[in-house]
Each structure stands twice: as C-alpha cells, then as structure tokens.
Design a protein around this ligand. Structure first.
Ligand code: HEM
Length: 535
C-alpha cells in the first residue's frame, strides 16, 4: 500500500444568512430599529447578527413565549446557544428577516460533505496538518462522496425513522444498490461482487480494500441514529456472506442480485431465546423429508436484525448430525414479529417462528453438520465492522461534548473552564484516538492477509478490539451524560445524540459476540500460541 500523503478534503462553511433560501429579501437593520420590536405580537430578536421576526412563532416556541419576550428587541445570541443546536437556525430560517448592518456573524454552519473543524471530531487522517500512511486518493474521494451522501440523503431519513420506527426508505436502499453507486455490494468488503462494477466515490474495483469499507461504515454512523444504522442493510451485511461463500451457483444467482439491488432483504438468523453466543445450544430443527428433497424446519429465532422485513433468512438449524446453515425464504409457516428493544424498531429486530417450513435441500449453505464453520467464517469480518461503527459512534459523542463544553455557560463561565469537564474530555479523546489507531492497524493486517491467515491470526485481536471499543463506549457514554446533565437523558434538543448513544451503546457489547466472550477468546487464542520453550 503506497503512503499517499494528501491534504484532507477542503471544508466549507456558511453563515446562517448565507444559507437562507431567499437571500435577496433580507434587509439591513441597525440595533435601534430592532429594539422597537419588543412586545407580544411584534417580537424581533438578534442571534449572531441575524434578525429574526418571531412574532408569530412565539406561541409555538417549544421553550415558551415568555423566554422570547425576555429578550425581545435584544441580542439573544448567548441565551440562544445555551439552549439550542445551531441547526435550529437553518431549520427555522423562515423567520429570518435581515442582518445587523456592519456586524460580522461569528457562527458558521457546515455545508453538506464538510469535515468538522472541532478538534478530535475527525480521525487523524482527516485532520488538517496530520498525515497517515494508510489512506490513498481513492479513500479520500470515497470519504468525501460518503460524507456528502450521508448529509444530503441519509441523515433526514435516519432521524425520521429512528423516531417513527418504520424501516429505512426502500428507495434509498435501492439507490445505494443502483449500478451507479453499488454501495450495498461495497458494504460487504472486497469481494468478487465488485468486479467490473462502477463503484461509489470513483473507487476502482481492483483497489477496493478494507479501508474503503471502514470509511463507508464510519461515515454512515454520522447520521446519528443507532437503530437505523442497523436497519439500513445490517441484515444484508451479515446474512448475505453465507450465501456468497457457501451457496450453490443457482442459489447465488437467484438471491444475490436482488438483495444487492434492494429488491429483496435478508438477515442472519442464528440466536434463539435459548442460546445467544452459545451457538451449540440452538434448538431449531431441520428434518429431511423421506424423499430427501426438502427440510422441514421447526423452531424460533430471536433478536434477528431486519428480520421483520426480510425475504430470506440465513438460519442456523440442527439437522440431527450437528449444526447446519440453511437459507429459508419467507413463506408458509414463517412468521415474524417486531421486538421492542432499546433502540428504534426501524432496525426491524424480530422474533421469528418457523412452523413446519418446507425448504428445498438446495438451500443448504455449506455442508450438512458443518454449519458452525459457516457461522464462524464471517464472525471476524462482522466484529471488525462493528468496531468501525463503534469507534465512529464514540467519536461523534466527543464532538458533541466538545461543542457543548464550549457553548454551555454555568456559574458564569463556559463548561470547558472547569477542570473536571476537561478531565472527562481527555479520557474520551485518548480512548477514541487509541481505538482508531488499533482499528487501523487491524484493518491494515486484514488488507495484507489471506482469508486463512486472518482466521488464524486475527480472531483474537479482533475479539479484543471489539471488547476495547465497547468498554470505552460505555465509559464515554457515562462521561458524556454527566457533561450534558439532564439533556443527556432527554431525547429532543441539545443532548439528543448523547441520549441515543447512552441508550444504545450496549448493542455493540452484545451483538456479534458478547464482550466477555470475545475478551476471553482473545486471551485463549494468545494462550494457544504461547511457546512452550519460554516457560
Ligand atoms: C430564532 C429563534 C428561536 C428558535 C427558532 C427556537 C426554537 C426552539 C426549538 C426548536 C426548541 C426545541 C428544542 C430544540 O430542538 O433545540 C426550543 C427550545 C427552547 N428554547 Fe428556543 N428558539 C429560539 C429562540 C430562543 C431564545 C432566544 C431563547 C431564550 C432566551 C430560547 C429558549 C428556549 C428554551 C428554554 C427551550 C427549551 C429547552 C429545553 O427544553 O432544554 N429560544 N427552541
């Protein structure tokens, strides 16, 4: 891998008046003119040199009209930024009527695709002045394209469905799967599926590596909706690889193109109420019919991501001679119902019952009784992908805390002036910086190892990395809530992202292998490689 050392993509920021839809209609006022509009029904305020006529809005203001009347006709900048995210200004720009003549706005807002200027909000390789040996031009162009795509097309859908609990918009998934983007296929890592395809961000199929995949995962996290992140093809990322790697050619032909195009949906159905990480304890059975042409499947599955809207289930079943993997299409005898978990039902997390489901033997994935191998074969990749998301999620929290610590004033000064707050920020920062470096090292190894080498050498390190990520996420969530106070446990407003994170960070500590199991795996693997000679 060549060490391309390029400057990060340019950032672009606009002042609030510059983002107004109808800039031409904005007028120029002096402060004395604004001061005249200081009562109910005629209420103007100034926020960062922009003048808002909130006369009609006052009664609808979620914080009440009283607080607005207190600053009527005045500069309310400080009061405003103690209570709101800056995005509120663009969302309500319809009340913007002008600017204060001669004053220069201080607040700037990012345009779509922009890198954050907040220190530690971006990984080192995207921070101005820093270098990294891992990333080439194609990584940078993909990152830029992904950031723009998430800002322009994913975030709104994510925020809407995180709240209403409905599945991610199918048209968006189909767009991601279109021949112009092929983003769904890219989310499955470097594979034959990419050959000859046009890839998003101008990446050439032959240069696509795990760093590209990491960029996709980390950028999607910036939509700030944990349930939605799993809802948006989380099932495909783990449910399709068993078909890709162990299905017959006919099965692949039938299933893969439709799933990648977003016409059909798939999930991985392993866990049961009876068994989570203990895969050997599964009770779903598949018995062959006397003519040997079908399996009859009976049993249940629980916590199946995307299960509620999936057309296919890559399911672990007991075939009497051990565990086997079977692709079960939705049909007679398959029932799914939503489970309400701590995150949004947009993820489609389901409880599934298989009641005498007839499945053709051709749907067997791999060999009968050798399903454990199929299950294990994608575990490293799945866990590594979860690490990518977890680190990016934690980083988003650091960004939020940095902003808030500088914005929020208590006891007459900004929070950042309190040593106890700085100590919490320091602990957050060194955790994410350490974890991103750890992740990049593991990713680099993945890029340079065969599949067999990865299985031999990386299962332990990835298990430990995932444990480190999720332990850190727990501590970061805890510190973030303390920094945000009541807002950290309130879903709307300033602390919304913190609240979401503290409520959902545990998903990564449980899904894809429980934290304790993976930590133990890491040490057991190391122990197995311990040379006798040094004892
Ligand atoms: C252009 C002017 C304003 C707009 C469009 C606006 C909009 C909003 C919105 C959308 C919320 C809901 C929470 C959120 O999404 O952040 C809110 C809450 C609130 N606003 Fe405003 N606001 C404005 C000005 C002000 C000013 C000047 C003050 C104080 C003097 C204020 C005080 C509050 C308070 C106290 C809350 C409740 C916060 C909480 O529950 O923690 N607002 N405002």
């Amino acid at each position: 891998m060549s060490a391309a050392i390029l400057p990060p993509s340019k950032t672009q920021y606009l002042t609030v008046p510059e983002t107004a839809k109808d800039k031409a209609s904005l007028k120029s006022f002096d402060k004395a003119e604004v001061a005249k509009h200081n009562k109910e029904g005629d209420l103007w305020i100034i926020v960062d040199t922009a003048v808002y006529d909130v006369s009609k809005f006052a009664d609808m203001h979620p914080g009440g009209s009283h607080v607005l009347l207190q600053v009527a006709g005045k500069d309310a900048t400080e009061a405003f930024f103690g209570m709101h995210r800056s995005e509120v200004l663009t969302k309500y720009s319809r009340y913007l009527i002008g600017t204060i003549a001669g004053d220069k706005p201080q607040i700037v807002l990012p345009t779509n695709g922009t890198l954050s200027p907040v220190p530690y909000a971006e990984p080192t390789w995207l921070s101005e002045g820093f270098k990294s040996p891992y990333y080439r031009d194609s990584h940078r162009s993909l990152q830029k394209a992904m950031r723009e795509f998430v800002d322009a097309e994913v975030r709104e859908d994510a925020q809407m469905h995180e709240k209403d609990g409905k599945r991610p918009t199918v048209e968006l998934v189909q767009k991601m799967g279109s021949p112009d983007m092929n983003l769904n296929a890219m989310r499955l890592g470097p594979s034959k599926l990419l050959h000859g395809k046009k890839l998003f961000g101008g990446v050439k199929p032959e240069e696509f590596d795990y760093f590209h995949e990491m960029i996709i995962s980390q950028e999607l996290v910036r939509a700030g909706a944990r349930g939605y992140a799993d809802g948006l093809q989380g099932g495909m990322c783990i449910g399709l690889p068993p078909v890709m790697n162990f299905g017959s050619d006919e099965l692949k032909q039938k299933v893969i193109p439709d799933v990648l195009a977003g016409k059909k949906f798939i999930s991985l159905a392993i866990t049961e109420a009876f068994a989570g990480s203990d895969v050997a304890g599964l009770r779903t059975t598949a018995k062959k019919t006397p003519d040997g042409k079908h399996y009859i499947v009976n049993g249940t599955k629980k916590w199946i991501t995307n299960g509620n809207f999936s057309d296919y289930f890559s399911a672990a079943v007991n075939t009497g001679n051990g565990l086997s993997m079977l692709l079960i299409p939705r049909g007679e005898g398959v029932e799914t119902k939503l489970i309400k978990t701590s995150y949004s039902t947009t993820a489609g997390t389901a409880y599934i019952t298989f009641d005498n489901v007839k499945v053709p033997v051709e749907n067997l994935l791999g060999k009968e009784g050798k399903g454990l191998f199929v299950v294990l074969s994608n575990f490293n990749h799945e866990r590594w992908a979860m690490c990518c998301g977890s680190v990016a999620g934690s980083r988003l929290i650091v960004e939020e805390c940095m902003r808030w610590a500088h914005q929020r004033k208590v006891f007459g000064k900004a929070l950042i002036n309190q040593p106890v707050i700085r100590a919490k920020l320091a602990a957050m920062i060194y955790k994410i910086e350490g974890l991103q470096a750890y992740l990049e090292n593991v990713t680099f190894q993945m890029c340079h190892m065969t599949y067999a080498q990865q299985a031999d050498l990386l299962a332990g390190p990835i298990g430990l990395l995932k444990t480190a990520c999720t332990r850190a996420a727990g501590e970061i969530a805890d510190d973030a809530v303390q920094i945000f106070g009541g807002r950290g446990i309130t879903q709307n407003g300033m602390g919304g992202i913190i609240e979401m994170f503290q409520r959902t960070q545990k998903f990564d500590a449980i899904l894809g292998g429980a934290e304790e199991v993976l930590a133990d795996l890491g040490v057991r693997q190391a122990s197995r490689k311990m040379p006798k000679a040094v004892l």
